[in-house]
Design a protein around this ligand. Structure first.
Ligand SMILES: [Zn+2]
Length: 341
């Protein structure tokens, strides 16, 4: 459900001056807020997008197995109330039995939010079609959870539109429908691993699989470190983070190790509701610039070009292309494949 083309961000220099002024006013207004955490730990809410079907299933996997992987890891690490953001089109149109994934998610003490009915990109969808898509998702969500729970909204592709007018119209729409937007601060692009995993279960070698696991943990660690550094620098205090993950097989396989790694880093898991009490998520803050925005930290980066030289900066387009290429070359098959039967 994710494509790289949807992740790109056009620059809009003419809006920077206005946004910059607003940004500094915004920073001043929240710099006196209480520190997000007094115990020295990084606080982070986990969120999981694209329930109940995210990517192609690898051999031997089912959506049930993915769901069980997440739920048992959350239980082991004593994490409750994790938001799963739902696209219900697959349930309504193709596989009604997948509603059990959502029921089990809730039965295990986790929550469901709205991620639109069929995962459109707001940058390439009209306001009318997009808002209808949001409301269409409420039919199934409404059968499973109260509005007070499911009225948290995550933009597919983290795409908040391609014009300020569309952005503002949608913000008004979401307000009118009592939705709270759930932005993120850390995104290590876990979906890349979910995308390549099916191929690797067929043609991968042991060393390729190990490389994928090592890289997955390394990138997750690097990204929260970058996010913590970026956001602390911007707001002059620690902030409450929100992690983006996806409902995929590789994630389900790695989630236990991933959570252990976060714990070893001194990260404390908090609820999404708690994270969103941090004033950085206040939506009366500065408007987003037009474009396809990937995360709150990227949005801040765009508002203040002087901050782009921070040590742990976003990757360049070339680095992204190189990484894409690396993943495309993975698990091409051969005699060494340990998975081929
Ligand atoms: Zn999504």
């Amino acid at each position: 459900m994710l494509t790289l083309s949807a992740m790109k961000t056009p620059s809009q220099k003419t809006w920077n001056a206005l946004a910059l002024t607003t940004f500094f006013a915004f920073c001043l207004s929240i710099s006196s807020a209480n520190a997000a955490h007094d115990n020295g730990k990084i606080q982070m809410a986990i969120t999981v997008d694209d329930l109940p079907d995210h990517a192609e299933l690898p051999r031997g996997w089912s959506f049930n197995r993915i769901k069980d992987g997440f739920i048992s890891a959350f239980e082991k690490h004593n994490i409750k109330g994790v938001y799963g953001f739902v696209n219900s089109a697959v349930i309504k149109n193709d596989q009604p039995e997948l509603i059990h994934i959502l029921e089990d998610w809730r039965a295990a003490g986790h929550k469901l939010g709205n991620h639109t009915f069929s995962h459109p990109d707001y940058a390439t969808t009209t306001f009318e079609d997009y808002t209808k898509n949001i409301l269409d998702n409420e039919e199934i969500l409404g059968k499973l959870a109260p509005p007070s729970e499911y009225k948290f909204f995550r933009f597919p592709f983290l795409s908040e539109g391609n014009t300020l007018e569309k952005f503002n119209s949608l913000r008004d729409f979401l307000h009118a429908h009592q939705y709270t937007v759930a932005p993120i601060t850390t995104d290590f692009q876990d979906w890349r691993w979910n995308d390549v995993f099916p191929k690797c279960t067929l043609h991968g070698t042991r060393s390729e699989l190990q490389w994928l696991k090592d890289q997955y943990l390394a990138r997750a660690k690097e990204d929260i470190s970058r996010a913590e550094s970026d956001m602390t620098f911007r707001f002059n205090r620690p902030v409450k983070h929100v992690l983006l993950m996806h409902f995929g097989a590789f994630d389900a396989m790695m989630i236990d190790q991933l959570l252990s790694q976060y714990e070893q880093m001194g990260i404390e898991f908090i609820s999404l509701e708690d994270a969103l009490t941090d004033p950085i998520y206040r939506d009366d803050g500065p408007p987003a610039l037009p474009g396809t925005l990937r995360s709150l930290s990227e949005r801040e980066l765009q508002k203040d070009p002087t901050l782009t030289d921070t040590p742990l900066d976003q990757k360049t387009d070339q680095e992204e292309k190189d990484e894409d290429l690396k993943f495309q070359k993975m698990c091409k098959g051969g005699l060494r494949s340990i998975f081929r039967r």
